[in-house]
Design a binder for this molecule. Structure first.
Ligand code: FRU
Length: 504
């Protein structure tokens, strides 16, 4: 893994120290103990959805919904950050500021052939297409372009590029569709639970191709759609199309994401499952509005999401920022007994570097504190754990506060219910009654009980069973120190191995 140059690190350390000193003088206490270090969060102020994800000229670019002036939703503009290694994020100046219109979610594409005819024909051209929101009036799709690798943007003089006179019409996401040689945009009509597809040769004129609606999860509005072709794991030549959107999640009343698997023929998306089938991306409450990168350094499809929930985002007790992004994850589909399912893998690949701790053939009968490594709260690490055999009823991991016996977080596999879960009902600060509802996902039959959990200060992300089970949950411990143990109740747990990578 490459590390950003020393001068950037020093500059960013210096500005963070200055920021902390000035905030302390202003009388508000920063909550840096909860700030993730390898996941992006803005230095100051509010963020929600990731926007305009693209790998371009050595950098992963992340634009994000941002309030440049406050720690709550408002003044929506596009913030900007970039990373060379997917672990260290460098925050850059505001990319697209709001005017009379709020700059809502959208995407960035590389106009490689200069088909739009915008900007300087001798320089690389990036095109951002996003929703312009005129509060309580209308939502239209607008365009802005950049000739300096996304640092500065010019709003297109002839905006809007797409307007169907709707109050709710948003979150355009664009791919290049090679077979039909056109750009294809997916865009949501949220109240109608519908995604429209538009085609264009020049990114300026868009023609309606088809509409996909009323399938899957319908209880809440649909937002942030994206259409992507995913490889099928283990069958390198095969792929399928997947349509994602943000909707109600697996728990009633909480937002989440769903997906549909099928075919896209350049005009229409055909869901290959019955229309009532509901497929959820993540079984936690803190994964929303994810979109794929327009392109990546390899052929891999990568994405990331907003790691928070609209149901309690306002309550996130962090200062001077609010909101953060999930880990980057590589996407593919994988065969299961129930059909093709989404597989997610953490990026970058930690297996490429030396672990900090490893134990093989471990047998757990009473709780074992992982003492080979000091896993205090306020650290970032990845745990990889493979089960050989489990004879207990429940086994898992427990993060236990050293100051307060009543404060702990549990990651459990329940052998009786055949269920994975994260229980944060005693994890410290409780933001909403939603924290008392355990986040649970059913066992995927036939897949190994192999789990990876990425811990980054306030964030816990579980990817288990070949990446078919995902649970992302935030927690806000009140104590400063904790230990981590493995436990198994009413029977032994044999582990093939446990490996931990600490991110220094
Ligand atoms: C999703 C969303 C989008 C919208 C943006 C506004 O979280 O509601 O539909 O573009 O947030 O900030």
């Amino acid at each position: 893994m490459k590390i950003l140059s020393k001068s950037i690190q020093l500059r960013s350390l210096f500005s963070s120290i200055l920021l902390l000193i000035s905030l302390t003088i202003l009388g508000q206490s920063p909550t840096e103990q909860w700030r993730p270090s390898i996941h992006f969060s803005p230095k100051m102020n509010w963020t929600n959805d990731p926007n305009g994800l693209i790998f371009f000229k050595g950098y992963y670019h992340l634009f994000f919904q941002h309030n440049p002036k406050g720690n709550d939703w408002g003044n929506m503009s596009w913030g900007h950050a970039r990373s060379k290694d997917m672990l260290h994020w460098e925050e850059l100046p505001i990319a697209i500021p709001h005017g009379d219109e709020y700059i809502f979610s959208g995407c960035v594409v590389w106009d490689k052939e200069h088909v739009s005819g915008l900007g300087d024909p001798n320089k690389d051209l990036l095109v951002a297409i996003y929703t312009a929101d005129y509060p309580n009036k209308k939502q239209e799709q607008h365009l802005a372009y950049s000739n300096d690798e996304g640092l500065t943007w010019k709003k297109y003089a002839k905006n809007p590029i797409l307007d169907i006179q709707l109050l709710n019409f948003r979150d355009p996401n664009i791919i290049w569709h090679q077979a039909s040689k056109q750009f294809v945009m997916s865009v949501a009509k949220p109240l109608e639970r519908s995604v429209q597809f538009y085609g264009s040769k020049n990114l300026l004129n868009w023609e309606l191709l088809s509409e996909f609606s009323n399938q899957g999860e319908l209880d809440m509005i649909w937002e942030c759609p994206s259409l992507v072709e995913l490889p099928i794991a283990g069958k390198e030549q095969e792929s399928k199309w997947v349509l994602f959107n943000s909707s109600q999640g697996v728990q009633k009343g909480f937002v989440g994401m769903q997906y549909f698997v099928g075919e896209f023929n350049g005009k229409t998306f055909i869901n290959e499952n019955p229309r009532e089938t509901k497929l959820y991306v993540d079984f936690g409450k803190d994964f929303y509005a994810a979109i794929p990168f327009y392109q990546t350094a390899t052929k891999d499809v990568l994405w990331l999401g907003w790691a928070l929930s609209w149901q309690y985002a306002k309550e996130q007790p962090t200062y001077p920022w609010k909101g953060q992004m999930s880990s980057l994850r590589k996407l593919s589909l994988i065969d299961t007994q129930e059909g093709l399912r989404l597989k997610q893998e953490f990026q970058p690949d930690f297996n490429l570097v030396e672990p900090s701790f490893q134990a093989k053939d471990l047998s757990i009968s009473k709780p074992k504190i992982l003492s080979g490594i000091k896993l205090l709260q306020g650290k970032s690490y990845l745990i990889d754990l493979e089960v050989e055999e489990s004879r207990g009823d429940r086994w898992g991991l427990r993060w236990q506060s050293l100051d307060n016996p009543q404060e702990y977080t549990l990651l459990v596999f329940d052998e009786i219910k055949k269920q994975w879960s994260i229980d944060r009902s005693h994890s410290g600060k409780i933001l909403s009654p939603g924290f008392f509802k355990v986040d649970a996902a059913n066992l995927v039959e036939g897949k190994p009980k192999h789990l990876k959990v990425l811990v980054d200060h306030s964030m816990l992300e579980l990817l288990a069973q070949d990446g078919t089970v995902a649970i992302s949950s935030l927690r806000f411990p009140l104590s400063s120190k904790e230990n981590l143990s493995i436990f198994s109740e009413n029977g032994k747990l044999d582990l093939k191995q446990i490996t931990i990578w600490e991110v220094k």
